[in-house]
Write a protein that binds this ligand. Structure first.
Ligand SMILES: NC(=O)c1ccc[n+]([C@@H]2O[C@H](COP(=O)([O-])OP(=O)(O)OC[C@H]3O[C@@H](n4cnc5c(N)ncnc54)[C@H](O)[C@@H]3O)[C@@H](O)[C@H]2O)c1
Length: 400
């Protein structure tokens, strides 16, 4: 059942949001009012954000997370706070009997993920990973075609994302080492998630290298990684956020949002102008929930969002995601198969959790899935430090 098909009179689930920042501005815009999801309460430490929530949703507001967890009418807690708070908050929410969605990345390391999954299991609640591009309909269509076997066995996944990520405004917490503010935890959370879904989920080993190439931006802004799956398929992942080449040039100027040839060359100047006379966190404020504006030129994409360029190679053909669906390259033909753009990756986790709670459907990206992705991200960092291959032990298969 998709959110649009909820029958009149269907049950609603009350969601309490913790963290009304940039992530929630995307979620609030994407969640349909007829989805069965009601944003009924919120917690934040910024009074202005709580005022905006009360104005937009008419919900209850709290200036501390525990009070939100103790709200008896809340069914689901959505955690969109800084990464370093995810584990503790998810465990507290679960211990209060709430189902939990945690925005990406699920946590900072595998040990935190294990504790979160344990808390969910012990309290009989569901734990889901939020805001992941693998919920996207075109990514899922690619996985379905791979799994059908029509193109023969999967052999290789190649994914590239070049953009201006390193020059987007950051909150102070994102520059603190260990908080997962780097490109691996922030963006690899998406890229690894997509690649694991396409490859079936079971990664055997990882070799990775991360790069911090601009002293003015003190977090890693680039990486490359090689993933070897259990069944012998491989994946190469490349991410470069240093605002030179733009992969969108190869994808009709569509990325996570519409892009243009001037976007990367202007990135450094744009950041300097945004931060002039104020802190970088103040610049980020203009993107947060309740603020008046988003960055000029940034609107939600109408076609499918594209997280860079991803090409899947099977024995008898290649597949790539294209703006309106997927394009399939066979021995003797090239065909673009349209895919309905009926799921927004920002709201998909909540819609899926509704289906799980109300209709008994599986959680597509559950806490164990998130733990396995975090294991790959940690392995990229460790492999880069040690210049060695890292073998994995927490992998699980994906559900398309
Ligand atoms: N920025 C994005 O586009 C985006 C997209 C998807 C996911 N995410 C993820 O969402 C999370 C938040 O990122 P963001 O960019 O929105 O950050 P942000 O700094 O814009 O927002 C964080 C929010 O959490 C609030 N907060 C901090 N501590 C709190 C506490 N103890 N209790 C209640 N509220 C608290 C802050 O006041 C702020 O409103 C991160 O895990 C990030 O990876 C971000």
């Amino acid at each position: 059942m998709t959110a649009a098909s909820r029958p009149a009179g269907a049950r609603t689930l009350q969601v309490g949001v913790c963290g009304l920042g940039v992530a929630f501005s995307h979620i609030a815009a994407a969640t349909r009012r007829d989805s069965g999801i009601v944003f009924a309460a919120a917690a934040d430490v910024r009074p202005a954000a709580l005022d905006a929530f009360r104005r937009d949703f008419g919900g209850r507001v709290y200036d501390d997370f525990e009070s939100l967890c103790l709200d008896p009418d809340i069914d689901i807690i959505y955690i969109a706070t800084p990464n370093q708070q995810h584990a503790g908050q998810a465990i507290l929410a679960a211990s209060c009997g709430k189902h939990v969605v945690v925005d990406k990345p699920l946590a900072l390391n595998v040990a935190e993920c294990e504790a979160m999954n344990r808390a969910a299991a012990e309290n009989g609640v569901l734990l889901a990973c939020g805001h992941l591009h693998s919920y996207g309909p075109a990514v899922r269509a690619m996985r379905r075609l791979i799994a059908s076997g029509k193109l023969g066995a999967l052999r290789m996944i190649s994914t590239w994302h070049f953009n201006e990520w390193a020059y987007r405004p950051r909150a102070a917490w994102e520059f603190v080492p260990g908080n997962g503010g780097n490109v691996v935890f922030n963006q690899g959370a998406h890229q690894v998630d997509i690649v694991r879904l396409l490859g079936g989920g079971m990664v055997r080993s990882v070799r990775g290298t991360v790069g911090r190439w601009d002293a003015e931006r003190p977090v890693e802004g680039a990486y490359s990684a090689f993933l070897d799956f259990d069944d012998g398929a491989t994946a190469t992942l490349v991410y470069n956020g240093y605002a030179h080449f733009d992969t969108a040039e190869l994808t009709s100027w569509i990325g996570e949002m519409p892009r243009n040839p001037e976007w990367n060359p202007a990135a450094r100047k744009r950041l300097a102008a945004l931060t002039a006379g104020g802190s970088e966190d103040v610049a980020k404020e203009s993107w947060r929930f309740g603020s008046a504006s988003r960055l000029a030129g940034e609107t939600e994409a109408d076609p499918h969002v594209l997280f860079g360029l991803t090409v899947v190679s099977c024995e008898r053909g290649d597949i790539r995601q294209s703006p309106r669906g997927i394009t399939v390259y066979r021995d003797d033909s090239v065909e673009t198969i349209p895919v309905a753009n009926d799921t927004n990756y920002s709201s998909a986790a909540l819609e899926n959790l509704y289906d799980a709670v109300v209709c008994g459907k599986p959680v597509l990206r559950d806490g164990r899935w998130g733990e396995a992705t975090i294991e790959v991200l940690e392995a990229i960092m460790t492999s880069s430090q040690t210049r060695s291959e890292i073998y994995l032990a927490h992998q699980v298969a994906g559900i398309e």
